[in-house]
Write a protein that binds this ligand. Structure first.
Ligand code: B12
Ligand code: SF4
Length: 489
């Protein structure tokens, strides 16, 4: 895309007046208040002496459209981070409003959805550029080129609509070591607002990108090509300490795909957190096979440094299914890791997926049984069960499409493709869906921490789970009637 003359004139004026050039970044509405780390990553990489970054978050700003409009005059571009599902419709709303207000404004989409559908997103006239995968270097180059009025042809990592309307895909950009990037500048976002909305002083932090594994239901292998890059632990600890001094958080939520990819890195970080005297707890993701390979010494050090909760993806209770989805773990490893977590008093989230294409009833039952067993080990172990939705870019989707499954074809349809709404895909029969929903309800009721006056209800739920009897779910209907289930996005 060639930056139109008007935009260049506005930028030249800003430069002549020795003003920094504005770059506007937007995070669409979504569930939960995780800090917009993608915007922090790409915004922090721009030279602060040259660019002024304005970040706007649809979750914080009820008038986001107006706010975006008020900032785009003279801006180099508008960058939006886009996840598959509901966030797409908000990204479309903002892109269209911005384009309407300033038709020459370059609109750049990046993040997980454009990484998989770089060309398809450009069918939308209000989107000019899409970025695939890691965004720091690509976005910095895009912004520099736009600011100089240069073409984006040849800018690795992005796909662009050229002035003649044709779509041009530049070559991919190699995954860079994250250590070469500038530290994330949290002053770009209103950190205190996120603490407030989360109801806790919890900092979100990303210490690595990508993943070496090959799970057939996950888009990571497609987007990052089974590569992983992570921050060096000393630098990370120093940065966390600076942030701790600045923001006084008491918990860190590491948002990495696989935080425990390198044991030495984690051990070294834990050592440095302990030495630094920071009084924090932290949570992260771990694979079951990583948990069993980690020595007790490292487990103990992690606990000492504040490790409070691990998210360990189990996905299925059937070893046969785990093999099919290439999770490359075995159920026995999950229980071994869970046993270590119990020993070191670490809480756990163990998510499962049911309803893989052609999944047998026996396989679903194995998952429910496994969730039951894990949940009963500790009130601090949660075992959420999700329905398989064909994640774009994953191997299972390629297989399903080859067998006739049709993925959404427009951005509007992708926006409806809501992973979180809790509805099963076509591979779960209505009877099975009913059973699973009842199981989920009673299973949660049976083990969650409850006040004494509800103990009888809990005993009844445990009896139902022990005997797998979910008929006449009066308790469930009454509860849902009193407290309707919340739609998540
Ligand atoms: C935080 C998070 C969320 C938050 C998002 C909060 C927000 N900011 O709006 C919440 C809780 C809402 C969420 C929800 C879900 N999530 Co989520 N989430 C994550 C998580 C753990 C971290 C995201 C993050 O901040 N990463 C750190 C940043 C630095 O990395 P990044 O986002 O990839 O950004 C880089 C590039 O993508 C690119 N980039 C990104 N945006 C932009 C924008 C521009 C302009 C440019 C140039 C570049 C660029 O540059 C960045 C730096 O390199 C990721 C896993 C991960 N580690 O990324 C999963 C992940 C994104 N989520 C995923 C899923 C499946 C879900 C859920 C379905 C989970 C569920 N079962 O409920 C829902 C559905 C989302 C929806 N439809 O509403 C998938 C992918 C989904 C997809 N295809 O979009 C991921 C990859 C996890 C996984 N492996 O399965 N999630
Ligand atoms: S599910 Fe987790 S371990 Fe598997 S490929 Fe995705 S990020 Fe990696």
């Amino acid at each position: 895309m060639d930056a139109p003359a008007m935009a260049i004139r506005a930028l030249t004026t800003a430069r002549r007046a020795n003003r920094r050039l504005k770059v506007v970044l937007y995070n669409p509405q979504a569930v939960f208040f995780t800090m917009p780390l993608a915007l922090l990553a790409i915004g922090s990489e721009l030279d602060p002496d040259v660019y002024e970054i304005v970040t706007i978050d649809g979750r914080l700003d009820p008038n986001a459209e107006d706010t975006v409009r008020s900032h785009i005059n003279g801006a180099v571009c508008l960058g939006i981070t886009v996840l598959t599902g509901a966030p797409i419709s908000d990204a479309l709303r903002i892109s269209r409003a911005a384009k309407q207000a300033r038709p020459d404004l370059p609109v750049v989409w990046g993040g997980w959805h454009p990484s998989m559908f770089a060309r398809e997103c450009l069918v939308e006239p209000s989107v000019d550029v899409t970025v695939r995968g890691q965004g720091e270097e690509t976005f910095a180059e895009i912004v520099d080129r736009l600011a100089d009025g240069r073409s984006l042809q040849g800018c690795a990592g992005c796909t662009v609509r050229l002035a003649d309307g044709t779509i041009h895909e530049n070559p991919a950009r190699a995954l860079a070591q994250v250590d070469k990037f500038r530290a994330h500048d949290y002053r770009l976002i209103p950190v205190e607002r996120y603490f407030e909305l989360k109801g806790k002083r919890q900092l979100d932090y990303i210490s690595s990108q990508g993943c070496n594994f090959r799970c057939a239901f996950c888009s990571d292998p497609f987007v990052y090509g089974r590569k992983w890059v992570g921050l060096e632990p000393t630098r990370m600890a120093i940065r966390l300490k600076e942030l701790w001094d600045q923001y006084h958080f008491n918990d860190v939520n590491f948002q990495d795909e696989t935080f425990f990819t390198k044991r030495d890195r984690v051990q070294s970080l834990a050592d440095r957190i302990v030495e630094s005297g920071m009084k924090i707890t932290w949570a992260a993701t771990m694979r079951a096979d990583q948990g069993i390979r980690m020595s007790d010494e490292v487990w103990a050090r992690c606990k000492q440094s504040g490790l409070r909760r691990l998210l360990v993806g189990v996905e299925s209770g059937s070893n046969e299914m785990l093999k099919r989805i290439r999770k490359d773990i075995r159920i026995e490893q999950v229980f071994e890791t869970a046993e270590k977590m119990l020993r070191f008093d670490i809480a756990g989230h163990f998510p499962f997926i049911v309803g893989f294409p052609d999944e047998s009833d026996a396989s679903i039952q194995a998952t429910l049984d496994c969730a039951k067993k894990l949940r009963s080990l500790s009130p601090d172990f949660l075992t959420p069960i999700y329905y398989f939705k064909p994640y774009p870019g994953s191997e299972l989707v390629i297989e399903a499409v080859a067998r006739g499954f049709r993925l959404p074809e427009t951005l509007e349809a992708w926006a409806q493709f809501d992973y979180v709404a809790g509805m099963p895909g076509p591979w779960v029969s209505p009877e099975k869906f009913k059973l699973i929903e009842r199981f989920k309800f009673f299973h949660e009721l049976a083990w969650k921490r409850m006040s004494r006056d509800k103990k009888l209800l809990q005993q009844l739920a445990r009896y139902r789970c022990d005997t797998d009897n979910y008929r006449w779910p009066v308790e469930m209907l009454l509860t849902r009637w009193i407290l309707p289930a919340q739609r998540l996005s």
